[in-house]
Design a protein around this ligand. Structure first.
Ligand code: CS2
Ligand code: MN
Length: 356
């Protein structure tokens, strides 16, 4: 029987408040989605460090099912002349990961920032807190201020994609993209993918681009991985099956026009990784994250898991951002408790669907 593999994102010893042995005790958990959290975008990953990560995961009784993320240097996204050097490094990293038996790389192609939120700890009526986004509030601040706010409210953790070293140069980064249109950003992505596909073929590495979050332009920067048309366009532009998607339901849901089960079905064979989480839609440009349980938010979680089952998805799936509950202090969105609950809900849906 086709079976998706339940996994958990783990940032690594010293970076994550969650321990591998704790993850191992979550029923049905088979894998880890890991990373070298202290690697900088653009640098070639160290083979010993990859082996060490894999060993830690295996020693805990789990399998390293993929990497999230091998981040892309801004020179590649902006298409500057130095990009070929950074692409060569990326290819080396692909080769090393593939030769160590790690066959999935999640990445994103958002300029400057990874996901953006206006609030990292919005209180819910039950006393839990969630990540939230309000475009009106984002419109009132500048990027530097947003970074300062997020950094000051992240419980002392470095947020993924928000490395302080890079954020110290926010202004230069914005300058880099001043003349980059969405069309150029798309071409730069295709250029990158075409360059790395031979290595992906040779080492059987699936590239899985994450949906932009939220899926529209923020601070005037171009964003292109936002909806069904764009995803299909990218799949057609580089038709190699190693060019695939991280189907992140939460990110897609920031725009309610995205019909997520339909998008899943349209990407049959090209989804290499799934992030399944729920959000609560409030108004255009305003949403907050929710428990994975469908009734707590706006998404039809049953229809989402059903679509994944129907297309025969057998890659890694993971719960995504969780609420902060039970007094846990963790990286916002990445505590143990609510993501563990989320994984059980996804598995419950999965079991019910596959029994029918
Ligand atoms: C995020 C991102 O939604 C998510 O999963 O937490 O940080 C995501 O890991 C990256 O955009 C993938 O490169
Ligand atoms: Mn995600």
């Amino acid at each position: 029987m086709v079976r998706m593999k339940m996994s958990f994102r783990w940032f690594g010893e010293g970076f994550d408040s969650v321990k591998l042995w704790q993850i191992r005790q979550i029923p049905g958990m088979v894998g880890i989605i890991g990373t070298l959290y202290d690697s900088k975008p653009g640098e070639e990953w160290d083979l010993e460090a990859i082996r060490n990560l894999k060993k830690q995961v295996n020693d805990a009784g789990l399998e390293l099912l993929g990497i999230e993320s091998v981040n892309i240097h801004d020179a590649i996204k902006a298409g500057t002349p130095e990009r070929d050097r950074y692409i060569r490094n990326y290819i080396q990293t692909i080769r090393k990961l593939g030769s160590e038996g790690i066959h999935m790389i999640c990445y994103n192609f958002m300029p400057v920032f990874d996901w953006t939120r206006s609030d990292l700890a919005k209180p819910r009526p039950d006393g839990s807190t969630v990540l939230a986004y309000d475009q009106h509030r984002i419109d009132q601040i500048d990027p530097q201020e947003m970074f300062t706010r997020l950094d000051g409210n992240s419980n002392g953790f470095v947020l993924p994609g928000w490395e302080p070293e890079r954020m110290a140069h926010v202004k230069e980064l914005f300058d880099l993209y001043r003349n980059v249109t969405e069309a150029q950003l798309f071409d730069n992505l295709v250029y990158f993918l075409n360059a790395i596909m031979p290595a992906c073929d040779e080492f059987d590495v699936n590239m899985a681009i994450h949906i932009d979050d939220p899926c529209w332009s923020v601070f005037g920067l171009p964003r292109i991985i936002t909806c069904k048309d764009q995803l299909l366009r990218l799949m057609e532009a580089v038709p190699n099956p190693h060019n695939g998607v991280t189907l992140c339901t939460g990110s897609l849901s920031s725009n309610p026009a995205n019909d997520i089960p339909d998008i899943i079905r349209s990407l049959k064979g090209r989804i290499h990784f799934a992030h399944v989480r729920n959000t609560r839609y409030t108004a255009p440009g305003v949403f907050e994250e929710a428990a994975h349980y469908a009734s707590d938010g706006s998404l039809d979680m049953y229809a989402i898991v059903k679509a994944l089952v129907d297309i025969g998805f057998d890659g890694p799936v993971r719960p995504d951002h969780g609420r902060a509950i039970w007094g846990e202090v963790a990286m916002p969105g990445y505590g143990l408790y609510d993501r563990a609950l989320g994984s059980q809900y996804i598995l419950g849906l999965y079991d019910a669907i596959t029994r029918q």
